[in-house]
Design a protein around this ligand. Structure first.
Ligand code: ATP
Length: 267
């Protein structure tokens, strides 16, 4: 029985590899604890090698869509496939091996910086960790900590700022080098200097991957290969920035409104 299970998991993985890593949402419905529907018939394709940006008003279901793609919650109906394989049939551990997750509420452990990064690849050598940190332009700021890579970061990284926590999670994801990147673009906790560095690290992390990003920054949205506008749990518009901006609608309204807001990040 166990053998059969293992074979199925193995086959699942092979299918994922054979058919690439496109992520397809097909008529997905999801509710937290079977309360009100948060995703309502959501369908879109996030292609391998492309950045798909989820945008829309607060509470529209963007973060939830990201979470169900990593199977943090099981959907009520519809289907999500990766490489043609229904994710509900893929062993969660197998699935998570293929996915790098950079969420706002990153999970860090009361351990050293080094070990927190190494979670991305358990058998990574110290040199590999340093290489990833350098690639994410984080090596210098880590070296400035009291004990460098051996600095303890406190319960859930409480000795670090929000921006520093986010940067460590990017290094961890770079080290993991998974073909799928799910990214919740936090901007609030970063100063301008940090933001630029984080953007560079993110570009490196997402190169040639299947990327779904909950996007808040104008540059991320405008550069995305595809934009999916989610509002009240429904897909309202899909297209490139160029396509959507040239049509009257939710997206054009959102961009106009946002560009008038002082908080809008144009960088
Ligand atoms: N863990 C949870 N339990 C119950 N309801 C939740 C939970 N997380 C989110 N929700 C609800 O689901 C809806 C969609 O939330 P979600 O965070 O996915 O939206 P969002 O578009 O990402 O919003 P924002 O831009 O503010 O982050 C909201 O009404 C929210 O209150």
């Amino acid at each position: 029985m166990k053998e059969l299970e293992n074979t199925k998991i193995q086959q699942g993985k092979e299918n994922m590899l054979n058919q690439g890593f496109d992520i397809v949402f097909q008529d997905v419905n999801f509710s937290y604890n079977h309360n009100e529907s948060v995703l309502n018939g959501v369908s879109f394709v996030a292609k391998q090698g492309e950045v798909t940006a989820l945008v829309g008003p607060s509470g529209g279901g963007k973060s939830t869509a990201l979470k169900v793609a990593a199977r943090f919650g099981d959907i009520d109906s519809g289907k999500i496939t990766i490489g043609g394989e229904d994710i509900s049939k893929i062993d969660p551990e197998t699935l998570l091996k293929e996915v790098s997750i950079v969420f706002q509420d990153v999970t860090l452990f009361n351990n050293t910086v080094l070990e927190n990064i190494r979670i991305g690849k358990k058998d990574a050598t110290d040199e590999e960790v340093f290489f990833a940190a350098k690639a994410a332009k984080c090596h210098d700021f880590i070296m400035e900590m009291s004990n460098g890579y051996n600095t303890l970061i406190g319960e859930n990284g409480s000795y670090l700022s929000g921006g520093e926590r986010q940067r460590l999670s990017i290094v961890r994801a770079l080290l993991k080098n998974a073909p799928i990147v799910l990214l919740d673009e936090a901007t609030s906790s970063l100063d301008i200097q940090n933001e630029t560095v984080v953007q560079q690290a993110i570009s490196r992390l997402t190169k040639n991957k299947t990327v779904i990003v909950v996007a808040h920054r104008m540059r991320t949205i405008a550069n995305a290969d595809k934009i999916v506008l989610l509002k009240e749990g429904k897909v309202h518009q899909i297209g490139t920035h160029k396509e959507l901006i040239s049509h009257p609608g939710e997206y054009a309204n959102m961009i106009t409104l946002q560009s008038q807001s002082a908080n809008w990040k144009l960088s």
